[in-house]
Design a protein around this ligand. Structure first.
Ligand SMILES: [Zn+2]
Ligand SMILES: [Zn+2]
Length: 266
């Protein structure tokens, strides 16, 4: 009788623990698609949304990552905007156009509690463009020698960083470095307070951003002679990435490859 009672209690304890584990799982591992909210099992994105997100990564300008249409394609794989234009960076990759569902996902990642989503978006970008990104950065085994590439996030302005205490570009950059197995360094800082760029023309943005960045004291030695993967969440006019890339080149970087999640149409 006593043993039966014990068994019963054990059973209810097991059931309770099972329920607790399921709740805990649901809390840690979302069961709803992060993009559309439908049931997606243990996957972060449902099949349809993942397909849609991956489809946005292809057919883009090799230089600035903006989408190529039949009207904007040239023989050299560049868009009309990039042909004959001098840019601070040498190549750019994006997960896709900065439109839905990517726009809402990027906005969510601005909140520190949704940092896990930054990792999943980088994983998607890797799924779509890993080979091309590795080729552009020149990822190669360490035993081949030379300077290994470096991953650097675009910094937020100091004041904005203080108030929010979190830079989403760092979350993306850390994941990219971990996945590619290359070093991460927070090598840049903002040296000039810049106003919000929204509403400014491309020329005005370029002017505002011109001297916005500097290499952190003591970081020149990490940057010199290296290929840099420069990471941000969204590229709009390209003025921010252009200025950050020029700063890195002035410090001796040999090549700068921009990696972003969203790219606005130019
Ligand atoms: Zn979905
Ligand atoms: Zn282009």
């Amino acid at each position: 009788m006593i043993s039966l009672l014990k068994e019963d209690r054990m059973r209810s304890l097991r059931a309770w623990l099972g329920e607790f584990a399921a709740d805990f799982d649901a809390l840690l591992f979302p069961t709803e698609c992060a993009a559309c909210g439908i049931e997606s099992g243990s996957a972060v994105f449902c099949g349809e949304c993942e397909e849609k997100l991956l489809a946005g990564a292809g057919d883009a300008c090799e230089r600035c990552a903006s989408r190529l249409g039949p009207w904007s394609r040239s023989d050299d794989g560049l868009c009309r905007w990039c042909r004959g234009r001098r840019l601070g960076f040498d190549a750019a990759f994006a997960l896709g156009p900065y439109s839905e569902p990517l726009r809402t996902l990027c906005l969510r990642v601005k909140h520190p509690t949704d940092g896990w989503l930054a990792r999943r978006l980088i994983d998607l970008l890797m799924k779509a463009r890993r080979d091309a990104i590795e080729r552009a950065i020149g990822v190669r085994p360490h035993y081949l020698g030379g300077f290994a590439p470096l991953v650097v996030p675009v910094p937020l302005h100091r004041l904005r960083n203080w108030t929010r205490g979190y830079n989403q570009a760092e979350a993306y950059a850390r994941r990219l470095a971990a996945v590619l197995g290359i070093r991460y360094e927070n090598a840049l800082r903002r040296v000039v307070a810049t106003p919000k760029l929204a509403g400014l023309s491309r020329t005005e943005r370029a002017e505002v951003m011109r001297e916005a960045f500097g290499v952190r004291p003591g970081y020149d030695k990490h940057v010199r002679g290296r290929v840099i993967a420069l990471v941000d969440d969204v590229m709009t006019s390209g003025a921010t990435c252009d200025s950050a890339a020029r700063t890195l080149k002035q410090a001796g970087a040999t090549r700068v490859v921009v990696v972003v999640i969203g790219r606005t149409d130019i």
